[in-house]
Design a protein around this ligand. Structure first.
Ligand code: CA
Length: 246
C-alpha cells in the first residue's frame, strides 16, 4: 500500500510586546532540513538576546550540517543542542558582562511521519489535531513542577511571584538535559512552538479557537500575537506554526 508523503510548511512571527524595551526571543527554521526552533533568552543587559540568538544559530547550523550523517535524527538534534549549550556557556565564561546568560529552547524535528519535540525551560510545543489543541512539552519551571506534584493549583501557579523561575536552561551550566517527545504525524496536524509571552496571556482554549480556522499559517501567527498583545503583551511573544499535509 502506498503511503502518502507528508510535506511540511511553516510560518513564524515574533513581537516585542507592549511592555519590554527589547526582544530577547529568537526563532529560526529550515523546512528543507526539517528543524524549527524557538528560544527565549535571559540575562542582564543584552545577554538574553545574545544567548537566544546563539542557540538558534548553533542548533540550525549544527543540525543541518549533520542531518544526513546517517545518525538517528533525535541524536543529531541532541548533539546540536549540546553544541549550542557549550557555545553559550563558553561565551559567558569569557565575558563578565554575559555571566549567567541562558535561554529556553523548544525545537521540532520533522521527517515524513515522524516528529520529535525537544525542550529546555518554559517555552512550549503544542499540537492541533482535528481541532483539538494538546500541549506536548512539560515546563521546566518551579511552579509547573509544583503543579505536577499536586502541591499547587494552576491558578496559584499563574499568580505566583516565582512563576518566572525555570529549573533548566541552555547555556547556564556546562551540560544540559533536554526532554525529547516522539510522535507520529498525521496530515492536517499543526504544531505550534512558542515562548511564554503567548501562553501567559492566552489560555489553551483561546489559542485553540484562534488556531482552528483554516487560514494561511502567516495570518494565524499574526492573529495569535495580536491577541496576546491585546491581553496585555507583558513579555516578548514568538510563535512558529508548522503544518503537515499529505
Ligand atoms: Ca519570556
Amino acid at each position: 500500500m502506498a503511503t502518502a508523503v507528508i510535506r511540511y510548511t511553516a510560518a513564524a512571527l515574533t513581537d516585542r510586546g507592549r511592555k519590554r524595551p527589547t526582544n530577547e526571543d529568537a526563532f529560526g527554521f529550515s523546512v528543507e532540513h526539517g528543524i524549527y526552533v524557538v528560544c527565549d533568552g535571559m540575562g542582564g543587559a543584552a545577554a538574553g538576546e545574545i544567548a537566544s540568538s546563539i542557540a538558534v544559530d548553533e542548533i540550525l547550523h549544527q543540525f543541518s550540517a549533520r542531518r544526513d550523517s546517517g545518525e538517528p535524527l533525535p541524536k543529531v538534534a541532541l548533539e546540536a543542542i549540546d553544541g549550542a549549550n557549550e557555545a553559550i556557556f563558553t561565551r559567558a565564561q569569557r565575558n563578565q558582562r554575559l555571566n549567567g546568560m541562558g535561554t529556553t529552547l523548544v525545537a521540532l524535528v520533522a521527517e515524513e511521519r515522524h516528529a520529535w519535540v525537544l525542550n529546555v525551560g518554559d517555552s512550549r510545543a503544542y499540537r492541533l489535531r482535528e481541532g483539538r489543541l494538546q500541549q506536548v512539552t512539560l515546563d521546566h519551571s518551579l511552579v509547573e513542577e509544583q503543579v505536577r506534584m499536586g502541591r499547587m493549583s494552576h491558578a496559584e501557579a499563574l499568580r505566583s511571584p516565582l512563576r518566572n523561575v525555570i529549573t533548566r536552561a541552555l547555556g547556564t551550566q556546562s551540560s544540559v538535559t533536554p526532554d525529547c517527545f516522539e510522535m507520529e504525524t498525521e496530515p492536517g496536524d499543526v504544531f505550534m512552538l512558542c515562548s511564554d509571552g503567548l501562553t501567559r496571556e492566552l489560555t489553551d482554549r483561546t489559542i485553540e479557537a484562534l488556531l482552528k480556522p483554516n487560514e494561511a499559517l502567516e495570518s494565524r501567527c499574526a492573529v495569535l500575537i495580536d491577541a496576546a498583545k491585546k491581553a496585555g503583551g507583558h513579555d516578548n511573544i514568538t510563535c512558529i506554526l508548522v503544518q503537515a499535509a499529505a
